[in-house]
Design a protein around this ligand. Structure first.
Ligand code: SAH
Ligand code: SF4
Ligand code: F3S
Length: 486
């Protein structure tokens, strides 16, 4: 029987994708996924350190896992991700039942580290490698399907050279490096051949792709190009019908990228555009390198290129020195943009970042109050946006059973996302075969709720016999075994 692995993943999409990369490497090394941690021989924790709470999660997990490790001799426990990169050997020294620590640039070493652990060796590998080797990973093993049927993450760049004053990421992900386009396009083709319809391009500042090479005039030599051009090349990949990217930085929205949203149908009408603050004073202290007016100008250009575009964002409240007036500036920008959704956070001081040393740290109760006010405003904006969709038709990529389907009778509660990245729930009569996750399906929006939309199947179009109107023409029966529960 092959050895079984399990992974706990915290943090952003880069971490989710790193977990996929490690899982694929483990498949190539003969491991298979455990259905449950209790039967795993190997347990990995892929950590996040973006806020203090995320980092502390690792320490409480590790404390609780002493029992897991002791229960079966030979079990192996490893820690990777951003806390691993930040803390390195300190984690290994603090937790004697931990076998190894691997950094964000050392994913390829994991199978070897597991083997060494089997021989009793404890080690930390967190060297930062500036080479492109990190992108040369084996193709997906045939037994490894990825975690999101029909969709896939695709790394285009890694690292961050921006050094926003609040942020730990430049320390945990290292310097910015862009992957040669040939590798990106080759991976997109291989994914499409395995049924992937939607790719999400990943990078800490994804639209900074190629910028250092272009600036030095060595893009041809490096095999990179401007981000807008990369979108065009990817859209030409047969089978790829949707392209998303995250997270872009407002500083790198050139005309080619804006125009890609107007001219390339595969590029989704959704941009996640982190704002962080609507106050110029706070933005400057954060070292974000744009003003609120410049941010709004990008939104304007995007809306001109694609009037129906959905914009989502990240916001931090309670940054050191943020006054009530600064906070109100943030609310004003949120109202002006009418964000479809936002992720908002209380500022959390991070080790060795410039903001952690700043005066004027905000009282936690006040920060909590600002967060609640902001989230209230966002709830209203989201519901209003959702209501405007009612009556429209949209195409969703089926993700699986909807959260509300627990205990459902014969009707099937399913969920998917439309091009605007909105969650759409819909019900199918029990007698119809379930459309597989990864299938594109046309729906009409019939109801708006605070968190999602409710869709119904559209009427039969002339000449279309398929009762589910699958846009890709695949019959549901041939794909039904792929339906995951998510
Ligand atoms: N590269 C992305 C951000 C990635 S981190 C960008 O430049 O926008 C995801 C989000 O976490 C950030 O957008 C920010 O809103 C939040 N964040 C980062 N550091 C934080 C901190 N120290 N405290 C609170 N929120 C933070
Ligand atoms: Fe962090 Fe700023 Fe880099 Fe985003 S751009 S990862 S917020 S340093
Ligand atoms: Fe967290 Fe690292 Fe992502 S700190 S948000 S997992 S880049």
């Amino acid at each position: 029987m092959p050895a079984l692995y399990a992974v706990r993943t915290y943090g952003c999409q880069m971490n989710v994708h790193d977990t996929e990369k490690v899982a694929n490497l483990l498949h190539h090394a003969g491991f298979r996924p455990a259905t449950d941690e209790s039967e795993a021989d190997l347990l990995l924790i892929n950590t996040c350190s973006i806020r203090e709470k995320a980092e502390n999660r690792l320490y409480s997990d590790l404390g609780a896992l002493r029992e897991w490790k002791a229960a079966v001799p030979g079990r192996v426990l490893g820690v990777g991700g951003c806390v691993a990169q930040q803390e390195g050997d300190r984690v290994l020294r603090r937790f004697s039942h931990l076998d190894f620590v691997f950094g964000t640039h050392n994913l390829r070493l994991v199978p070897d580290m597991v083997e060494a652990a089997g021989l009793g060796e404890r080690q930390t590998m967190t060297d930062e490698h500036r080479s492109l080797d990190r992108f040369d990973l084996p193709e997906r093993h045939e037994a490894f399907a990825g975690t999101t049927p029909g969709r896939a993450f695709l790394t285009v760049m890694e690292g961050c050279d921006m050094f926003c004053t609040f942020c730990i990421v430049p320390r945990t992900r290292g310097r910015e490096i862009s992957r040669p386009a040939a590798g990106i396009l080759g991976e997109a083709r291989a994914l499409a051949e395995r049924g992937v319809r939607e790719v999400t391009l990943l990078g800490q500042t994804v639209n900074a792709y190629g910028r250092h090479d272009l600036k030095r005039g060595r893009d041809a030599e490096a095999g990179t190009m401007a981000f807008g051009a990369l979108l065009g090349e990817l859209a030409a990949t047969p089978g790829i019908e949707r392209i998303r990217y995250t997270s872009p930085h407002p500083l790198f929205f050139d005309d080619a990228l804006i125009q890609a949203h107007a001219a390339i149908p595969e590029v989704c009408p959704h941009v996640h555009l982190p704002l962080q603050s609507g106050s110029d004073r706070v933005l400057a202290a954060m070292r974000r390198r744009y003003t609120a007016a410049e941010y709004l100008a990008i939104v304007e250009r995007l809306k001109r290129a694609r009037p129906d575009i959905a914009i989502t964002t990240d916001v931090i409240v309670g940054f050191p020195g943020e006054t009530r007036a600064d906070f109100e500036d943030t609310l004003a920008v949120m109202e002006a943009v009418e964000f479809a959704d936002s992720y908002s956070f209380k500022y959390s001081p991070r080790p060795e970042t410039a903001a952690a040393e700043m005066g004027g740290q905000i009282d936690p109760v006040e920060a909590q109050d600002r967060l609640a006010t902001l989230q209230d405003l966002q709830r209203g904006l989201k519901l209003a946006g959702n209501r405007r969709c009612v009556g429209t038709e949209t195409t969703i990529l089926v993700e699986g059973q909807s959260a509300r389907s627990a205990g459902a009778d014969s009707a099937q509660q399913l969920r998917g996302r439309d091009p605007y990245h909105r969650v759409v729930n819909f019900t199918l009569p029990g007698e119809l075969p379930a459309p597989a996750a990864g299938t594109l399906l046309e729906l009409r929006i019939v109801e708006a709720t605070p968190h999602s939309l409710i869709g119904e199947r559209t009427e039969d179009r002339p000449g279309v016999k398929d009762p589910l109107r699958l846009v890709d023409g695949t019959t549901p029966a041939s794909r039904e075994s792929e339906l995951p529960v998510s």
